[in-house]
Design a protein around this ligand. Structure first.
Ligand code: BES
Ligand code: MN
Ligand code: MN
Length: 458
């Protein structure tokens, strides 16, 4: 394997990394309103680069939230068209004290680049753009037709891109989508992700008294919404990890025996995973399912935070008027966000203790998805990965969610190739997020080879 574009990537790898660092310095945290201008700055940063490397029709598309970035290059007559997707927004940085180097001052340490968004997903977006640059610079154009759509609200489940995709704009006419926002199953093991969980993210609010009350004066008579909330939460899932919402599991489509067999032969050491990735004394979850099944193919229910009441230092004797929990559920094929939310909301209303009012709110939602693997794009991807990594590709699912992948299928009929280069220990959404530099480099090379392979598809 020695295409000119690959040599270009190797020659320019220092510059590529320097540019990525500049991209990473923009704190494009989509969930925090005070960073809205930074999100736009990150969008502009990508747009400027897409123009520079030779992409055409580059523009920001406004949405109800942060803008989309669009670009295309459609002069590969008779060749297939790729729709390249990634996201420029990042997660918040808390707990900030646990970062070894500041989240928006990208720092190299032991073969990694550390920064918020290093791998999720700015580093991978940059790898996509750099692969295009290498092809332009050495081929005078691209070997295939390419459209790019980058969004800035992936981490908040924003509807901007979903609305755009649902409107089936001519700008998104393509043969397949290339999504780089996933990870390798293990270091040096080329991987394609073929399934994602969906999700619903909700708020559950419990209200008791009309105002906060002195807990000595009123304790014993006034309802405590935190206690009621705890009682509700305790009835959502039992101690075996079984979710108690009636009808919750109805209609689930389990993985095929072949898929389960393939998962069983993946190099997975449960004890290593417990100790080094999770770091808890024990793993939990439904009996009778492996860890991979539990995280890839079974639904879950989690609590993310419980805002309300007194959380300052020291003590305050108060019965808060209200309490809240942020509750999400991960969904698998066969479940729908709407139906799951209804089952949950009805059940919560039913089990609400006396003396409090409960309200549930749906914050965002996304479908689970499975991609088809018997298409020429997946084949091109495995060929490319074999050339760069020297190994056969493994097919995995991921427990995470990328809501737009389901929409590409549903509204545009596009199969997705989920080719991502993160590692399981990259600390996504956590302190000290990193991108392994070798994966950045080989990721770019894999994408170059992939586009060259797609050019060979009849
Ligand atoms: N890139 C992740 C999803 C992911 C992580 C896929 C690891 C495969 C492997 C994505 O940025 C993400 O975090 N998605 C959110 C979506 C949600 C906010 C709608 C998630 O999964 O929580
Ligand atoms: Mn991501
Ligand atoms: Mn993410």
């Amino acid at each position: 394997m020695s295409s000119a574009a690959i040599s270009f990537c190797r020659q320019h790898n220092v510059r590529f990394l320097d540019e990525l660092k500049n991209f990473l310095r923009i704190p494009s945290i989509s969930t925090l309103p005070e960073h809205a201008a930074d999100c736009r700055k990150a969008a502009d940063f990508i747009a400027t680069e897409l123009r520079r490397i030779g992409m055409e029709n580059v523009r920001l598309i406004e949405t109800t939230g942060h803008p989309l970035v669009y670009a295309d290059w459609l002069h590969a007559t008779g060749k297939h068209t790729a729709l390249i997707y990634g996201h420029y927004d990042v997660q918040p940085t808390d707990p900030i004290d646990e970062w070894i180097s500041p989240p928006f001052e990208p720092t190299e340490r032991n073969g990694n680049i550390y920064a918020r968004g290093a791998v999720d997903d700015k580093g991978q977006v940059w790898a996509q753009i750099k692969s295009l640059e290498a092809l332009f610079a050495t081929g005078g154009g691209l070997p295939v037709n390419v459209r790019c759509i980058f969004e800035g609200e992936e981490e908040v489940g924003g509807e901007g891109i979903a609305d755009y995709v649902a409107s089936k704009p001519p700008e998104l006419k393509a043969d397949f989508a290339l999504v780089s926002d996933t990870e390798l199953f293990a270091p040096n093991l080329p991987t394609l992700c073929v399934g994602l969980r969906g999700m619903i993210y909700t708020e559950l609010e419990v209200r008791g008294a009309k105002t906060d009350l002195h807990s000595g004066v009123y304790g014993g008579a006034a309802p405590n919404p935190f206690f009621s909330l705890a009682q509700i939460l305790a009835k959502l899932k039992d101690e075996n990890g079984h979710i108690l919402i009636p009808g919750f599991y109805d209609g689930i489509i389990p993985p095929s025996p072949e898929e389960l067999k393939a998962w069983a032969s993946l190099p997975f050491d449960e004890e290593q995973y417990r100790l080094h990735e999770v770091g808890s004394t024990q793993l939990v979850g439904e009996a009778g399912y492996s860890v991979l099944e539990r995280t890839w193919a079974r639904p879950t229910l989690d609590v993310h935070g419980m805002p309300g009441g007194f959380i300052g230092a020291g003590a305050k004797t108060v019965i808060p008027a209200k309490a809240m929990a942020k509750v999400s559920m991960r969904l698998v094929p066969g479940m729908t966000p709407q139906k799951t939310y209804e089952l949950y909301a009805n059940y919560v209303r039913k089990i609400a203790p006396a003396g409090v009012e409960v309200e549930t709110r749906l914050i965002h939602q996304g479908d689970a998805c499975l991609v088809t693997v018997n298409n020429p794009y997946i084949q091109a991807a495995t060929h490319a990965l074999f050339e760069v990594w020297g190994k056969e590709t493994v097919f995995i699912r991921s427990g995470g969610s990328i809501p737009i992948v389901g929409d590409f299928d549903k509204h545009l009929g596009l199969p997705s190739v989920m080719m991502g280069f993160g590692l399981p220990d990259d600390n996504i959404h956590a302190p000290n997020e990193k991108f392994h530099l070798k994966n950045f480099q080989l990721g770019i090379e894999s994408l170059v080879r992939f586009f060259e392979e797609v050019a060979n598809i009849k």
